[in-house]
Design a protein around this ligand. Structure first.
Ligand code: MN
Length: 231
């Protein structure tokens, strides 16, 4: 096989406790999946889950023990943080039932669904796609992936984000409106999941803006901390 230009190396995320890396296929994101975040965005009640995507190369990897550097994106003056539990798919499938979903999960990581909120809101008002607000370069920071067996309590884990050491978001994964298994059932009804897919499962309340020079520290109990500096 030859190519007209050299194809890029696969995007990949380090895994806790082993040298082999997790090669990323797609990035799926769940919208408004914690009640108090849905409320702060002007919505109420439980709605059917909805999804959007980011390009795989929007991943910004924080290597073990290091702080990832996120360039402040163009075109925005309202860059928001959204701390999220990321589910890493290891076994693909379609029409997966919630009861079987755990068999498809390789592991979990701390992620940030970084958002150009001003552009997202403009697009929403006009009924246009959110891509420019959500799917931009470096918009998906992620920490190391921890295999499932090492985090048996993930469904009850505390999730938090600090900016420059001050709490911005703090909740528990138990408050997901659509839990991980239900999300996989709904997502796999619409797309065939593949090994390497990442699912950003939604953010709790407390989203807000960051500026150049800020350091974001994302934690989920049992997972490796994610640290990102905006420059
Ligand atoms: Mn989000």
């Amino acid at each position: 096989m030859s190519y007209v230009f050299p194809p890029p190396a696969p995007v990949s995320v380090p895994v806790v406790g082993q040298a082999a890396r997790f090669a990323v296929h797609r990035i799926y994101c769940v919208g408004r999946n914690y009640e108090d975040h849905a409320k702060e965005m002007g919505h109420t009640g439980r709605e059917a889950p909805f999804f959007f995507l980011k390009p795989a190369d929007a991943v910004l990897v924080a290597e073990a023990g290091s702080t990832a550097v996120m360039p402040y994106p163009t075109l925005t003056s309202n860059l928001h943080h959204e701390i999220e539990l990321v589910v890493a798919i290891g076994v693909g499938g379609s029409q997966i039932k919630a009861a079987d979903a755990h068999q498809h999960i390789y592991g979990y990581a701390v992620g940030l669904d970084m958002t150009r909120r001003d552009l997202q809101n403009d697009m929403k008002k006009q009924g246009r796609p959110w891509c420019i607000g959500k799917g931009f370069d470096h918009s998906a920071p992620i920490g190391l992936i921890t295999p499932t067996a090492q985090v048996p309590d993930i469904a009850q884990a505390e999730i938090a984000l600090q900016v420059n050491g001050i709490d911005r978001q703090r909740s528990t994964v138990a408050k997901l409106i659509w839990n991980m298994a239900e999300t996989i059932e709904q997502l796999s009804a619409a797309w065939t999941l593949q090994p390497g897919d990442l699912i950003y499962t939604g953010t709790p309340e407390g989203v807000g803006a960051v500026v150049r020079g800020d350091t974001l520290t994302g934690t989920i109990a049992g997972l490796q901390t994610l640290q990102v500096r905006v420059e």
